[in-house]
Design a protein around this ligand. Structure first.
Ligand SMILES: Cc1cc2nc3c(=O)[nH]c(=O)nc-3n(C[C@H](O)[C@H](O)[C@H](O)COP(=O)(O)OP(=O)(O)OC[C@H]3O[C@@H](n4cnc5c(N)ncnc54)[C@H](O)[C@@H]3O)c2cc1C
Length: 425
């Protein structure tokens, strides 16, 4: 068994989730080393849209998405792309996803997520108050719709999120620039925030080092478990790291290390693409285009465009054709962009789970924990995840908000409270 509180913790993965876990573990007195196979922000956490929007954080498996997604696969520019011959791993994920895409399970997933989303914004403020040097920007999100009928699905989602306990303030508004004349209706979602994800990551890494934590880049972890001298983390190169506890936060790569530890929730990379586009007028607020599923965020004087969902291997190469499809879908809907000066092309793997809920908590091996599977919303939910998991790791007591995110759950069956209590933290 790992000692409580553990003196030394190794966090694997320097994305937003791993860094937030590391920061909170340090605050609670642990000696922390973060290992990343590449570097800080090498996965999904750098090039994302930067939305800090708990009002939009809903589970992905949803009947409408499944229906529209399957229909869209026939079109090359569809926001959803899938290999013609999916691997056995992807096929198992899709089967689990389809099983969870029912109205009842979606509502159950939303209730499970609410323990995280409720405190997600406060958890960003806690980082800032604790000396992590970045800014969040409070803003409305302007949502542009080509067809008035598109609003019904969004209203339904917002109302469900509100019913689950999250404040959601939205209203209809007349469409305005920089939406083009093709946008016939607009909604505004008030009281949300956005960030520059690269700034957040750099600030977290600085704060961790300043607090005495170590971040080792180029450390590819191959396995973790008990050796003759206790818990250890093995890397391709160098000596194993002896430790009292481990947090695996390797995003879309999580199954490789977590499956042998009893984590069987099907997971899959849902790769998204982004780029930066200069604008003739500065962008005042983030924009969202649900029809083409693209988020547009003010970014370093221009706009970051982020979208598409490519169900593919997490290490598959960047495909220019997918980014071109995103740009083609946005071009007719947005005025004032300098389309010839697009730069910063990027792809990153969203860590999707078949039931749309993250996996956060203890594995079957004492002392080894996971934090991942946040899908579309890992930036929004990263800081609160770090806070809650660090509490669970350092106190050894189960944290109630994490109960629905039990990494050992079967994704199509809820884990009963008594089962969880028996297993403890
Ligand atoms: C296009 C796009 C737009 C998005 N927009 C938003 C948004 O607006 N708001 C929001 O909340 N979320 C958004 N997301 C989702 C969000 O980016 C992810 O959920 C989040 O970044 C996941 O963070 P993570 O730390 O779990 O994983 P990652 O950031 O992927 O980090 C995992 C890290 O683990 C490392 N690693 C992997 N394997 C190993 C190993 N064996 N050994 C050592 N290190 C390893 C990797 O190098 C990587 O650095 C978006 C995602 C995409 C792709």
């Amino acid at each position: 068994m790992s000692p409580h509180p553990p003196g030394r913790v190794v966090v694997v993965g320097a994305g937003v989730v791993g860094l937030c876990c590391a920061w909170h573990l340090l605050r609670r007195g642990a000696e922390v080393t973060v290992l990343d196979r590449s570097g800080v922000g090498a996965g999904a956490s750098w090039g994302n849209a930067g939305y800090l929007t708990p009002a939009m954080a809903v589970p992905l498996p949803e009947p409408g998405l499944l229906r529209d997604g399957l229909r869209g696969l026939a079109y090359p520019d569809s926001p959803l792309a899938l290999d013609r011959r999916p691997s056995a791993h992807t096929a198992a994920f899709l089967a689990g996803f389809a099983r969870n895409a029912t109205t009842r399970r979606w509502h159950r997933g939303l209730a499970g997520l609410s323990g995280l989303s409720r405190d997600s914004v406060a958890a960003f403020d806690e980082l800032i108050d604790g000396g992590v040097k970045f800014s969040t920007h409070e803003s409305v999100i302007r949502i542009g719709l080509e067809q008035p009928g598109e609003a019904a699905g969004l209203r339904h989602e917002f109302d469900a999120v509100r019913a689950a306990g999250q404040p959601v303030d939205y209203a209809d508004a007349p469409p305005e620039p920089p939406f083009s004349s093709r946008i016939r209706c607009m909604m505004v979602l008030r009281g949300q925030r956005y960030v520059d994800p690269g700034e957040v990551l750099a600030a977290l890494a600085d704060a961790i080092r300043t607090a005495g934590g170590e971040i080792v880049e180029g450390a590819n972890v191959t396995a973790t478990g008990f050796g003759p001298d206790g818990l250890r983390v093995d890397t391709w190169t160098g000596r194993p790291h002896a430790t009292d506890a481990v947090v695996l936060a390797t995003g879309a790569w999580l199954p490789e290390l977590a499956r042998p530890l009893g984590v069987r929730v099907p997971m899959q990379a849902g790769r998204g693409y982004s780029c930066t586009v200069p604008l003739r007028e500065p962008l005042a607020t983030p924009l969202y285009l649900p029809g083409v599923r693209v988020a547009i965020t003010p970014y370093r004087g221009g706009a970051r465009l982020a979208g598409t969902m490519e169900i593919a291997h997490h290490d598959a190469p960047f495909r220019q054709a997918r980014l071109d499809a995103v740009l083609r879908s946005v071009r007719p809907l947005l005025d004032g962009a300098c389309w010839d000066e697009v730069h910063d092309p990027w792809v990153g793997p969203r860590p999707l789970t078949a039931d749309g809920l993250p996996v956060v908590g203890a594995t079957a091996i004492p002392g080894i924990h996971v934090a991942g599977g946040h899908g579309m919303w890992g930036l929004t939910l990263g800081p609160v995840t770090g806070r809650l998991l660090a509490e669970q790791v350092m106190t050894g007591e189960p944290v109630p908000e994490l109960a629905p995110l039990d990494p050992l759950r079967k994704p199509w069956r809820s884990t009963s409270g008594s089962e969880r209590q028996k297993r403890g933290a």
